[in-house]
Design a protein around this ligand. Structure first.
Ligand code: OGA
Ligand code: ZN
Ligand code: ZN
Length: 363
C-alpha cells in the first residue's frame, strides 16, 4: 500500500472526489484553491472501502474536519512518484517519429466507404494522424466541397482568410505561390496565424498535370536530429521569435513564433517553417547571424531525401495531416496541365476528442 506522507496536502485535497467538492453530474470542481484552509493538514487516515466495495482510504482533514474518500486504485495511479504523468499527446514524447523508409510497406490509409461505416477503421485512421502525423483516405467522392464533409467526420472546419476551403489550382493573379505551378518546398501552412490551424486536409479532385507530386517530412524528427547534431542551432531555433506575415488586399496577419516550439519542459511541440512568409527579423547583428546559420542548417536537414516521404495524390485521395508537426511539399507542375486540390483546415484537439469518444464506445 502506498503512503500518503509524500502527498502535498493541498494537492490531495484539491483532488477530493466528494459531492461537496465536485459536481457529481459533470465532475467539475466546485471550489477555488483560495477557499481551502491555509493551514491544511491531513488529520487522520484509515482504511475503508468505496461504496462499490473497492479498497479505499478516508482522510479526515484538519482544521476543517472535511472527509475525503480516495480509491486505492486512484492513489496508486496518481500519488507523486519518480516519474511525471503522461503528457497531453501533443509533444514528441507521444509520437512515433519517422523517416521515409518507415512507410516502405505502405502509408496509413483507409477507403472512404469503410472509414464511414466501420468505427474501428475510423479509429485506426485518426490514431495514425495523431501518432504518425498523417493518414490518407482513398476513394473519397470527387465532388466540389467534399473536403468539408471529410473534416466534419472528426470535427469542425476552421475557417480562415482563404474561406472555409481553399482551391489549390493555377490562378491568374495568385495571392499565394501555392496557386501557381511552382515547386513548393517542405513547409507548414499559415505560420502567420496564432493559433495556427493544427490540421490540414488536401482533397485531390484532378491530378493530370506533368509533375505535382507530394512530399511529407516529419518536422519533429527533423528537429530531434538537429538537437542531436547541432545543439546550439536547435537551441537558437527554439528561442528566436520569427516574424511570419501574410498580406493581401483583404488580410494582414502576423505571428512572431520560433521555428521549433517547445513545451515548458523542453519537449518539441510545434514546428513552423515556411520560407514564403518569413519577414525581416530585427535583432542585434550577432544574434541575426546565429539565427540565419541555424535556420539554414535546419532547412538543409529538412531537405534530406531520406526524411521525405514521396507519393502522388490521385483523384479521390484526401490527405489529413498535423500542420503543427509535418511539413508538406509538392514538385513543380506544368501549368498547362489539369491539377486541382481542395484544402481545408480543422483542429487536432477535436480529432483527438473524436478518437477518445470512439474508443470509449468500443469498450
Ligand atoms: C498549399 C500546398 C500542396 C500541393 O496549398 O499550401 O502546399 O500539393 N499545396 O499543391
Ligand atoms: Zn471533498
Ligand atoms: Zn501548404
Amino acid at each position: 500500500m502506498v503512503s500518503l506522507a509524500a502527498a502535498p496536502p493541498l494537492w490531495l485535497r484539491d483532488n477530493c472526489p466528494c459531492a461537496q467538492c465536485r459536481d457529481p453530474r459533470n465532475g467539475q470542481k466546485l471550489f477555488q484553491i483560495t477557499e481551502l484552509p491555509a493551514a491544511l493538514a491531513v488529520g487522520t487516515v484509515h482504511d475503508t472501502r468505496t461504496p462499490d466495495g473497492a479498497p479505499a482510504r478516508e482522510v479526515v482533514w484538519a482544521p476543517d474536519g472535511h472527509r475525503s474518500l480516495y480509491a486505492e486504485s486512484w492513489l496508486d495511479a496518481h500519488l507523486p512518484g519518480a516519474a511525471a504523468g503522461p503528457g497531453d499527446g501533443r509533444t514528441e514524447d507521444d509520437k512515433e517519429l519517422w523517416a521515409a523508409e518507415r512507410f516502405a510497406d505502405g502509408i496509413p490509409e483507409a477507403g472512404w466507404a469503410s472509414y464511414m461505416s466501420d468505427p474501428a477503421v475510423r479509429a485506426d485512421l485518426l490514431d495514425a494522424v495523431l501518432r504518425l502525423g498523417f493518414a490518407l483516405v482513398r476513394d473519397v467522392p470527387v465532388r466540389d466541397r467534399q473536403v468539408l464533409d471529410v473534416a466534419r467526420t472528426f470535427g469542425h472546419v476552421r475557417v480562415t482568410n482563404y474561406g472555409e476551403l481553399f482551391e489549390v489550382r493555377v490562378e491568374a493573379d495568385p495571392n499565394n505561390l501555392a496557386f501557381t505551378g511552382a515547386r513548393i518546398t517542405p513547409h507548414t501552412d499559415n505560420p502567420y496565424r496564432d493559433p495556427v490551424p493544427t490540421l490540414q486536409l488536401l482533397h485531390c479532385l484532378t491530378n493530370a498535370a506533368q509533375g505535382g507530386d507530394s512530399g511529407l517530412v516529419d518536422g519533429f524528427h527533423a528537429a530531434a536530429l538537429l538537437r542531436a547534431e547541432d545543439p546550439d542551432a536547435y537551441e537558437t531555433l527554439t528561442r528566436v521569435p520569427v516574424p511570419f506575415a501574410f498580406a493581401d488586399e483583404h488580410t494582414e496577419l502576423r505571428a512572431h513564433r520560433p521555428l521549433i516550439g517547445t513545451d515548458p519542459t523542453g519537449r518539441i511541440r510545434e514546428i513552423r517553417f515556411n520560407n514564403r512568409s518569413i519577414g525581416a527579423l530585427r535583432l542585434p547583428a550577432g544574434l541575426l547571424a546565429g539565427f540565419y546559420s541555424a535556420y539554414r542548417r535546419f532547412g538543409e536537414l529538412l531537405l534530406r531525401p531520406e526524411l521525405q516521404l514521396d507519393f502522388r495524390l490521385a483523384p479521390g485521395d484526401c490527405l489529413i495531416f498535423d500542420n503543427t508537426r509535418l511539413l508538406h511539399a509538392r514538385t513543380a507542375f506544368a501549368e498547362s496541365g489539369d491539377r486541382h486540390l481542395q484544402g481545408a483546415y480543422a483542429d487536432i484537439d477535436g480529432l483527438a476528442s473524436t478518437l477518445a469518444v470512439l474508443r470509449r464506445e468500443a469498450m
